[in-house]
Design a protein around this ligand. Sequence first.
Ligand code: DGL
Length: 275
Amino acid sequence: MSLAEQPVLVFDSGIGGLTVLREARVLIPERRFVYVADDAAFPYGDWPEQALRDHLLALMGRLLRAHDPALCVIACNTAFTVAGAALRAAYPQMPFVGTVPAIKPAAERTRSGLVSVLATPGTVQRDYTRGLIQSFAARCQVRLVGSVRLAGMAEAYMRGLPVPDLDIQAEIAACFVQHQGARTDIVVLGCTHYPFLANVFRRLAPWPVDWLDPAEAIARHARSLLPVAGQALHPHTPDSALFTRGTPDFLTRRLMNSFGLAVDDTPRPPVEVVA
Ligand code: DGL
């Protein structure tokens, strides 16, 4: 494969990275995309840090060898905040574009000074996330809200399965803070699954807030690292999706097809998952 024909690999534990893929495709129209969902290990949200880091290092090594991408987007806050530095150290030739909670833009934009970060339990506990708050939002009051269940709810919702409003409401309620006449005006979507639920969040919110989705900024960063080509580099090969658990079920396949992704069913050795 020539350098120019190498695909962009977009990686997440599940379907959340599709929120980043859809922006990246707009800005990088000439490349082929390979989407990888590590559904064998989903959800990453409550994995112990070291086990998740080891798992990601091993899995990424296999994916990079198999797909030889030009660039790899880690479209998962939970993965990147724990293993971004280790991945860059282990695979120094590979440009990794990461995903971290959009705390800096939230701090720049808030008028009330009350910002919430809605993410997985793993992401809200990370030193990385605390570091972002100290560096960029020291003057704000930041509420960290870790949800064990929301990523799974987004997975179900996107497959057309029922997800009760009350369950979603219970997960987002803690984001809404009132303090001395001020109230939360920005909620950072710190998990790539959540933008799929943004309309439900808007409907269930006790008052309107900005729901900050970093997908476009991630796509712009990826774009800036690739040379611009005047023509499609792989015009006849469709974008594809692969699942570490193996062949996905009907609903998942239908969802992938609705995103224009051909499901890659190539038999491969199972991924060892040791949480
Ligand atoms: N989509 C992932 C993120 O951005 C997390 C989902 C999971 O718990 O695996 O954090």
